[in-house]
Design a binder for this molecule. Structure first.
Ligand code: C2E
Ligand code: MG
Ligand code: MG
Ligand code: MG
Length: 293
C-alpha cells in the first residue's frame, strides 16, 4: 500500500543522502591532495580579436585529473572548494602557474599575451588573503601586471563593501586588468560599472546562444555593447558556437569572441603550438609585405 511505498522511499532517500554525503567527503579529502599530487592542470581558451583574427588573450580554466574518477570539470569541484576554503590554496596555485606561463610565452612567442584568471568572492572578502600575496608574487616573479586579467562575477559586486573595491583598485592601480564575467546573468546592475571600473565585460554565453535574428536577448546584447563602448570598456562575447552568432556580434561591434567556433580550451602543449603557428604566420606576412619573399 501507500504506507509501504512511503517507507521504501524513505529508506531509499536516506541511503542516497548518505551516499551523497560520503561521496562529498571523499571528494574533499581527495581535493586536499590534488595539488600536492599534481592532479590539477590548466587549459587555456584563446580569445579572438574578431576584427583581425589575432589571438593575444586567453582564459585559464582549471581541470582536475582524478586518479580513479577521471577528468573533473570546475563546476563539480570549485563550489566545494569555495565552501571548504580549499579554494585559497587552489587559487594560489592557479595564480602562480598563470604568471609563470604568461611570462614564458611573452618571452618566447607572444610579447603582448594577456591571460585571465577566474577568481572567487572569498579572495576579496577575506581580510587580506591572496590579494597582497598575489601582488607580491607578481613582483617577485617579475610577471608584468599587463600579462594578467582577473575575472570577477557580479555576485562579488552585489554585496561588495569598501574592502572589495579597495582590493580591485589596488590591482588596477598595479596595472592588472579586471574583467566582469558572465555579464547579463544574475542581478546585473549597470551602476556597478560606474562604481567598480572594469576593463573588460564578458557577455554570458546564455545571451549569445539565444541570439536569433529577432529576440530581446539580441537587443540587450547590442545595448550592452554600445554602452560598454561609450564607457571605454572592451567587450568579449562568450560561448560563440556558430557562424551566425559570430556574424551578428561582429555587426554589433563586439571586438572579442571566445567559443568553440574558434577554439576549445587547449592544453599547455596545444596552446603553445597555436602561438607558434600564429607567430610564424605573422612573420611570413611581414616578410611578404616588406618584399623579402
Ligand atoms: P567561465 O569563467 O564563465 O568560463 C567559461 C566556460 O564556458 C568554461 O567552462 C568553458 O570551457 C566554457 N565554454 C567556452 N566556450 C564555449 C562554447 O562555445 N560553448 C559552451 N557551451 N561552453 C563554452 P569550464 O571550463 O567548465 O568552467 C566553468 C566555470 O568554472 C568557469 O566559468 C568559471 O566560473 C569556473 N572556473 C574555471 N576555472 C576556474 C579557476 O581556476 N578558478 C575559479 N575560481 N573558477 C574557475
Ligand atoms: Mg571566466
Ligand atoms: Mg590596464
Ligand atoms: Mg563566463
Amino acid at each position: 500500500g501507500a504506507k509501504g511505498v512511503g517507507k521504501n522511499n524513505y529508506h531509499y532517500y536516506t541511503k542516497s543522502m548518505r551516499n551523497a554525503a560520503l561521496k562529498r567527503m571523499t571528494l574533499i579529502t581527495d581535493l586536499r591532495h590534488a595539488i600536492e599530487h599534481n592532479e590539477l592542470f590548466l587549459v587555456y581558451q584563446p580569445i579572438v580579436n574578431m576584427n583581425n583574427g589575432n589571438v593575444n588573450k586567453a582564459e585559464a580554466l582549471i581541470r582536475w585529473q582524478h586518479p580513479t574518477r577521471g577528468l573533473i570539470c570546475p563546476d563539480d569541484f570549485i563550489p566545494i572548494a569555495e565552501e571548504t576554503g580549499l579554494i585559497i590554496d587552489i587559487s594560489n596555485w592557479v595564480f602562480e602557474r598563470v604568471c609563470r606561463d604568461a611570462k614564458y610565452w611573452r618571452k618566447t612567442l607572444c610579447p603582448d599575451l594577456q591571460l585571465s584568471i577566474n577568481t572567487s568572492p572569498v579572495h576579496y572578502t577575506d581580510p587580506d588573503r591572496c590579494i597582497t600575496q598575489w601582488l607580491q608574487h607578481m613582483l617577485v616573479s617579475r610577471t608584468p601586471p599587463q600579462a594578467i586579467t582577473l575575472e570577477i562575477t557580479e555576485n562579488l559586486l552585489m554585496d561588495a563593501n569598501t574592502s572589495v573595491s579597495n582590493k580591485l583598485f589596488q590591482f588596477r592601480q598595479a596595472g592588472v586588468d579586471i574583467a566582469l564575467d558572465d555579464f547579463g546573468t544574475g542581478y546585473s546592475s549597470i551602476s556597478y560599472l560606474k562604481k567598480y571600473p572594469t576593463d573588460f565585460l564578458k557577455i554570458d554565453k546564455s545571451f549569445v546562444h539565444s541570439m536569433s535574428e529577432v529576440s530581446n536577448d539580441k537587443i540587450l546584447c547590442e545595448a550592452i555593447i554600445v554602452m560598454a563602448k561609450k564607457l571605454g570598456i572592451e567587450v568579449i562575447a562568450e560561448g560563440i558556437e556558430t557562424e551566425e552568432q559570430h556574424n551578428i556580434l561582429q555587426k554589433m561591434g563586439c571586438k572579442y569572441g571566445q567559443g568553440y567556433l574558434f577554439f576549445k580550451p587547449l592544453t599547455y602543449e596545444e596552446f603553445n603550438a597555436m602561438l607558434e603557428k600564429s607567430k610564424s604566420a605573422m612573420n611570413k606576412s611581414t616578410m611578404r609585405s616588406s618584399g623579402d619573399i
